[in-house]
Design a protein. Structure first.
Length: 103
């Protein structure tokens, strides 16, 4: 099974993979593994609260409106794939900055 990178460029934005930890204290989006970002959310996974918190967190981190962030897959799973609409170069720069210099 081949692993996809944590993010990849699309024609009109970025696709990202995120591993979510609900009830993880304060909201934070950080570098995870090469395959996904790591998101800690204060919200519980009840009635879509964690998904709504994740969309808000990703939108804030990438500087886009919440409507620009949509689920591709994994709405009920811990590992989620999201699409962020916007300028590809800017979004990729933010994603790279979250990871910092990579070896």
């Amino acid at each position: 099974m081949s692993q996809q990178p944590a993010w990849r460029a699309l024609a009109d934005g970025l696709a990202i993979a995120v591993r979510v930890t609900p009830r993880g204290g304060r909201d934070a989006l950080t570098a995870g593994t090469d395959a996904h970002f790591a998101a800690r959310l204060a919200a519980a996974p009840v009635d879509g609260a964690a998904n709504a918190a994740l969309i808000a967190l990703v939108a804030k981190t990438f500087g886009v409106p919440k409507r620009a962030v949509t689920f591709v897959s994994g709405e009920t799973a811990r590992l989620k794939r999201l699409r962020i609409a916007g300028d590809v170069a800017t979004l990729a720069e933010i994603a790279s900055a979250l990871y910092g210099p990579r070896a």
